[in-house]
Design a protein around this ligand. Structure first.
Ligand SMILES: Nc1ncnc2c1ncn2[C@@H]1O[C@H](COP(=O)(O)OP(=O)(O)OP(=O)(O)O)[C@@H](O)[C@H]1O
Length: 497
């Protein structure tokens, strides 16, 4: 259910209904709070002949429990704050307040507790948030978006906010590296995907990197242009709806990927690309004036020219049959383990062994492990590895990607496929048929090494440009932590075969 749509009639819970202010009934369903307010209901007009009734005023409305931000008995008033739909893709804070007598309060108090328990489920209440705002993210409106659409929701949910603007490139790395882990529950990036990338790397740079990454959750308020992380975690690019989702967000372990280049080691949370995607994103600065269309335009030009990106590629493949990948996705989605206890076991283990995990396969400078599969790369068109499913709106490039299954989803497409097939792929990305197209090779993998043949070009890690030279990737199962809606899977349609 989305943050804007209240559920229809729900089965009632025991002791679910209370009456306040004589004629207002508040009834707790499994997914919504039903308010029936008869206080201002007019008696029906008799009409001219006593038969035709005039329209009755609205007395009933349902509020999705997801949208209930807080409820409390404040002196002799019951106050419920919630997020109310405000336009097509936004919500804003609304309040219900009813007088409660001394006598009534003994019945109302347990009901309020039950309402809050149901509204939050296993999500942590009153989160302590370190909010980082990139004043230059997207179109430069992150501060305005945060203050206007998110801050009022966090305040209504009684979150504690500590807001800081980033002042330079790499600032979020420094902040995360120094962050007091005991003072906050999550870092919220008001930005594009660039700031979360920095925060994961800053946490990972600490001497207790593994512990910091396990303890500190990261989430993003969509203030960039692609906003991949928010689409995956919450299925929206609305700042206000994301704020509600963060308030109700569940801690979710996230696989992170070590990237080695020469003697550097960084962490990636979203994607690694080489070939047409990296080139269309990073190599189109000359047409920035086109805005969001820049990528599509650059992509189409390269596709029609059948541009190739020769490379050596070796992958530690774990699954390559699409049906097996689909089954893996479904069985992961339907697992019945308790995510909260798995999360606390993981955090405890990280405290015992707090340093960043060793690299199982060494770095890109080491000898290539013998059991990696060599993939022909002479005519590579698109190499794209994803740790999340959606790369930007309507681009579910990795439908089988899971937050913490311990695998990267690697897609390779030969640059010599026909133009017609390439164009069909672009179309099928939006409709969900991309995964099963025969020219689209999909593998679940734990590591890979890519060596470009050319001297110049583009490699993108989480949308950021890195040196155009050999790189190696290795997945660390559940090393990081994010906030998400489901706590288990991304908000993307799974793979179709
Ligand atoms: N005050 C600042 N001045 C200059 N650069 C900054 C500042 N704060 C953050 N940055 C840098 O901006 C880069 C991009 O950040 P971010 O992803 O938030 O925006 P974006 O690139 O516009 O978004 P998108 O990738 O969705 O287009 C990051 O690498 C970050 O280091």
């Amino acid at each position: 259910m989305s943050a804007t749509s209240p559920a229809p009639d729900q089965p009632l819970l025991r002791d679910a209904a209370v009456i306040v202010d004589t004629s207002v009934s508040l009834t707790l369903g499994t997914d919504s709070l039903l308010v029936v307010d008869e206080r201002f209901a007019r008696k029906p007009d008799r009409g001219c002949c006593g038969l035709c009734k005039s329209k009755e005023p609205e007395t009933k409305h349902a509020i999705a429990l997801l949208n209930v931000l807080d409820a409390e008995l404040r002196s002799s008033t019951l106050v419920i704050t919630y997020a109310r739909p405000a336009g097509k893709n936004e919500v804003s804070v609304a309040t219900l307040a009813y007088p409660v007598s001394q006598k009534e309060s003994s019945t109302i108090e347990p009901w309020v507790r039950k309402l809050v328990e149901r509204a939050y489920g296993s999500a942590q209440r009153r989160k302590r948030l370190k909010v980082l705002v990139n004043p230059f993210g997207g179109t430069g409106t992150a501060s305005y978006l945060y203050e206007t659409y998110a801050a009022p929701i966090f305040a209504a949910a009684k979150c504690e906010m500590d807001v800081q603007a980033t002042t330079h490139r790499g600032h979020a790395i420094e902040i995360a590296e120094q962050l007091d882990l005991d003072a906050y529950d999550a870092v919220i990036c008001c930005s594009g995907d660039g700031l979360p990338y920095e925060v994961f790397n800053g946490l990972g740079k600490r001497a207790n990197g593994r512990e910091a990454l396990a303890r500190m959750a990261v989430a993003m308020l969509p203030c960039g242009s692609g906003n991949g992380m928010t689409w995956n975690c919450f299925g929206t690019d609305s700042v206000s709806i994301t704020a509600v989702e963060i308030v109700k967000g569940l801690r979710t372990p996230l696989d992170l990927v070590s990237i080695t280049q020469k003697d550097s080691r960084t962490l990636s949370f979203l994607s690694q690309s080489f070939g047409i995607v990296a080139d269309s994103d990073l190599g189109t600065d000359n047409i920035r004036w086109m805005g969001a269309q820049r990528f599509t335009f650059g992509f189409l030009i390269r596709l029609l020219q059948r541009t190739i990106y020769p490379c050596d590629l070796a992958i530690k493949v774990d699954m390559k049959d699409k049906m097996a990948i689909k089954e893996h996705y479904i069985s992961f989605k339907n697992r019945s383990d308790d995510p909260a206890s798995a999360d606390s076991d993981r955090t405890e283990a990280a405290k015992q062994s707090p340093g960043l995990p060793e690299l199982k396969y060494g770095t890109v400078m080491d000898k290539l492990p013998e059991d990696w599969e060599i993939i022909p790369g002479e005519t590579m068109g698109n190499f794209y590895a994803g740790n999340m499913a959606i790369m930007s709106k309507d681009t579910n490039f990795f439908p089988a990607a899971l937050p913490n299954d311990g695998y990267l989803d690697v897609v390779t497409i030969d640059g010599m496929v026909s133009r017609a097939s390439s164009l069909k792929m672009m179309n099928e990305l939006a409709t969900g048929g991309f995964f099963c197209m025969p020219d689209v090779n999909v593998r679940k993998a734990t590591a890979f090494r890519l060596v470009p043949h050319e001297k110049e070009g583009y490699i993108s890690i989480d949308g950021e440009q890195v040196p155009f030279e050999a790189f190696q990737a290795e997945v660390h199962h559940g090393l990081g932590t994010m906030l998400s809606k489901s706590g288990r899977v991304y908000e993307a349609e799974g793979p179709r075969v």
